[in-house]
Design a protein around this ligand. Structure first.
Ligand SMILES: [Zn+2]
Length: 339
């Protein structure tokens, strides 16, 4: 019997009214839990993303995406408990996508599935934000229905091969796609999900192994290379608190070390943290100069020339109006509010 280790990254958004934020399905390292947000977070869009790692003795036993398998096609298996509904899967070929399969969907989602033009628009948006040369590890694109619980995820197509990733976006999370605006949630979502692929691909991580056998940070997919983005990041802001970090209570880590994180969601785990920081790194106009670990995390990404070049390219892709000072103010103010 072999052990199957899978990772599943979710992006979850809550558009809050006045009751604060709640994350109903944050799952980290083997356990599901609740991740309640401070009530002071009201009135803002907030990105809530969860890392799922499933260990199973029988392949497919706990997998969240059983409906990717050909034999699992009954309607009841098309909807999982996380509110994720796979709609259409595409193969990625450069800037183009080709239909791979339409999933069986509930009748209420048929219109989403039939709207292939919208699928194209969403993929086109990704290609406009992230340059082609930086997308080599994205091999599949999946449109799903997030039901305002899950807005995006990435996962290796085969957990034993970190060179090819599936990139998923919720069709009901996409809003105005005509311009790339850094104050727009969906833009931040694309950057965040892309950052997972950028930091967890085979150039960064040696697949497999175990936490015990990994001298560097073990991501779940494998052992990070010594000079990898996520290992450098871990050494800077996680190594000294990692033993004390409870994956079921990330808010506890955030409350103890608020100066270490750009958002409270970033305290979920190092993988979500670096994805959040990448979003800040790209969208903030200036390199931070502060001494907090949160600032140092952003500064760390400036040490990699290829990331600085990527940042410039992405910023060049954005609508100039989306780069106006203060356009990222909502995201920034979250941090102040949640202290
Ligand atoms: Zn994430």
């Amino acid at each position: 019997m072999t052990s199957t280790l899978r990772s599943f990254y979710l992006a979850i958004i809550r558009k809050t009214e006045s009751k604060g934020l709640q994350l109903p399905a944050a799952v980290s390292f083997f356990f599901r839990t609740k991740y309640n947000q401070p009530s002071a977070m009201k009135q803002y869009l907030f990105i809530l993303l969860a890392l799922f790692v499933f260990a199973s003795c029988e392949k497919g036993e706990f997998l969240p995406d059983d409906n990717f398998t050909e034999e699992a096609s009954s309607p009841s298996e098309e909807t999982d408990t996380d509110g994720e509904n796979s709609i259409t899967l595409y193969t990625v070929d450069g800037n183009d996508i080709r239909l791979l399969r339409d999933y069986n969907v509930p009748s209420g989602l048929k219109a989403y599935q039939d709207d292939k033009g919208r699928h194209d628009e969403i993929w086109d948006f990704v290609t406009r934000v992230i340059p082609l040369e930086a997308r080599g590890n994205i091999a599949e694109f999946i449109i799903f229905y997030g039901n305002q619980e899950t807005d995006g995820f990435v996962e290796p197509i085969n957990p034993d091969d970190l060179s090819r990733w599936r990139f998923g976006l919720a069709i009901d999370a996409a809003e105005d796609l005509t311009r790339i605006d850094f104050s727009n949630y969906f833009t931040h979502l694309v950057l965040h999900e892309y950052a997972h692929v950028m930091t967890l691909n085979n150039g960064q991580i040696n697949v497999g192994g175990s936490e015990e056998s990994c001298p560097q940070f073990f991501t779940g997919e494998g052992c990070s290379k010594p000079g990898s983005y996520i290992n450098r990041f871990y050494e800077l802001g996680w190594a000294d608190i990692y033993e004390d970090h409870n994956f079921n209570q990330p808010e506890r880590t955030y409350d103890r070390y608020p100066d270490r994180f750009v958002s409270d969601y970033a305290a979920t785990n190092p993988g979500e943290d670096i994805a959040e920081v990448f979003g800040y790194f790209v969208t903030q106009g200036q390199r931070p100069t502060g001494e907090s670990i949160a600032d140092k995390k952003i500064q760390l990404l400036y040490e990699f020339p290829e990331l600085v070049a990527l940042r410039e390219t992405i910023r060049g892709n954005a609508d100039p109006n989306g780069l106006q000072p203060g356009s990222f103010g909502k995201m920034k103010s979250l941090r102040a509010l949640s202290r």
